[in-house]
Ligand binder design. Structure first.
Ligand SMILES: *[C@@H]1O[C@H](CO)[C@@H](O)[C@H](O)[C@H]1NC(C)=O
Ligand SMILES: *[C@@H]1O[C@H](CO)[C@@H](O)[C@H](O)[C@H]1NC(C)=O
Ligand SMILES: *[C@@H]1O[C@H](CO)[C@@H](O)[C@H](O)[C@H]1NC(C)=O
Ligand SMILES: *[C@@H]1O[C@H](CO)[C@@H](O)[C@H](O)[C@H]1NC(C)=O
Ligand SMILES: *[C@@H]1O[C@H](CO)[C@@H](O)[C@H](O)[C@H]1NC(C)=O
Ligand SMILES: *[C@@H]1O[C@H](CO)[C@@H](O)[C@H](O)[C@H]1NC(C)=O
Length: 359
């Protein structure tokens, strides 16, 4: 009888293995605690050069209860990877600190010191909320969710990298510090704040992505692209964002040598921008050049400014709108009736399918 009873307990223990509260106070706690239905992560320093990887049980809730600092060492990264389905991640306002100033040399991921990147790799569905991420060595978030995901209340602050440092030869120390790099589908990013030196959002491929009510300061604005060969991007909504002091507010960048790619159904609504240094809106099929001879291997259609007016103000010497399409590569009629751009000079537009907007 006793034997039967204990083996029954054993069976129950295995069947409900995830019904526990896991506590993580160091990397060595992760393996034994990540399967729990609730996982509490307390503040600690991740040893230099080691990844903080957490692979959660389906439906788990994660509570961040302290700040995470990453030790300083030049290595490839990523620094933090979170995986799992239907996860609720609550940051509770705590911080992930990447130690950026240790790596920053003005060259980002284009050269110099090898920088761990991305800092934060998000591979969950569910919700990821209320966390501050500071001083990313290079690219900050890479998002590849396995099901619908909402990211909200994330504050990315790389503004310390705006100034030169002893390693950066007079350049801003932070470089390629993208906010959110997304190659995914079914993603909503809302109520976030990004201060950086590169794209606030970059969508490289995917569909059903919304970017709403976010603030972008200091970088390269909100981007679709850069678009390479063999990818498609569709059903994207960029709405009610505030874009301050960026190179451009809104951009679609397509590589000049890309082939067999499509970008379609991009909707801009209710965005406002000020302090645009180079362009208000830039749609360019000559990337990585700017307004050079365009390629025609990316078919671009249905780019619309509709609904609530998009109000963009550009600096004196900036172009309001530039559209640089390759032969036959921009298609259909685009409704730009909810775009208003002031300041600067008109800028070149080589596509005649735009309606409702006059330079
Ligand atoms: C966690 O769950 C996975 C998948 O079910 C299993 O392979 C692993 O052994 C579990 N680890 C622990 C520590 O329970
Ligand atoms: C990494 O270096 C940066 C810059 O020197 C420093 O601010 C940060 O505190 C360091 N991180 C750790 C965990 O020591
Ligand atoms: C679009 O993505 C959202 C998550 O952002 C999801 O809730 C919704 O079901 C998706 N819509 C479609 C048509 O797949
Ligand atoms: C695109 O697909 C073609 C055909 O499958 C392949 O040869 C080429 O390498 C791919 N290009 C890229 C950049 O993936
Ligand atoms: C075009 O890209 C798709 C992926 O989007 C790929 O499956 C297909 O093989 C590519 N075709 C050619 C001719 O490269
Ligand atoms: C365009 O995208 C929006 C938002 O995802 C979607 O509701 C709409 O159905 C799409 N239109 C087409 C023609 O696919």
């Amino acid at each position: 009888m006793l034997l039967k009873f204990t083996s029954l307990l054993g069976f129950l223990a295995v069947a409900s293995a995830t019904d526990c509260v896991g506590v993580i106070r160091s990397l060595t706690d992760v393996a034994a605690n990540q399967n729990c239905s609730t996982v509490n992560i307390y503040g600690f320093t991740v040893p230099p050069g080691q990844p903080f990887n957490i692979n959660l049980a389906q439906g788990a809730t994660v509570n961040l209860k302290g700040d995470i600092h990453f030790g300083n060492l030049s290595w490839a990264g990523p620094m933090f990877t979170i995986s799992g389905k239907n996860i609720i991640f609550k940051g509770n306002g705590h911080i992930f600190n990447g130690g950026g100033p240790f790596y920053w040399d003005g060259l980002g991921s284009n050269g110099g010191t090898i920088k761990p990147r991305p800092m934060m790799k998000i591979k969950i569905s569910g919700r990821f909320t209320n966390v501050k991420v500071v001083n990313s060595p290079a690219q900050t978030f890479s998002v590849g969710n396995p099901g619908p995901l909402t990211i909200s209340g994330v504050y990315i602050d790389n503004s310390q990298g705006d100034r030169p440092n002893a390693q950066s030869n007079g350049l801003p120390a932070g470089h390629n510090t993208d906010g959110f790099d997304c190659s995914t589908m079914d993603l909503a990013i809302e109520d976030c704040n990004v201060k950086n030196q590169d794209d606030c959002l970059a969508i490289n491929k995917g569909s059903n992505i919304t970017f709403t009510n976010n603030q972008c300061r200091g970088g390269h604005g909100i981007s679709i692209g850069s678009i390479s060969a063999n990818v498609s991007v569709s059903n994207i909504v960029i709405s009610n964002n505030v874009i301050t002091d960026n190179d451009q507010a809104l951009r679609i960048k397509m590589k000049v040598d890309a082939t067999n790619s499509t970008v379609t159904n991009i909707t801009y609504s209710g965005n406002t921008a000020s302090g645009c240094r180079d362009f208000g809106v830039l749609i360019d099929q000559s990337y990585p050049s700017i307004l050079a001879a365009p390629g025609s291997g990316v078919l671009l259609s249905d780019v619309n400014f509709v609904g609530k007016t998009n109000v963009i103000h550009v600096n004196n010497d900036a172009d309001r709108v530039a559209v640089n399409c390759g032969a036959g590569a921009c298609l259909g009629t685009w409704d730009w009736s909810s775009l208003k751009v002031t300041g600067g000079i008109p800028g070149p537009v080589t596509y005649n399918g735009i309606s409702g907007y006059i330079q």
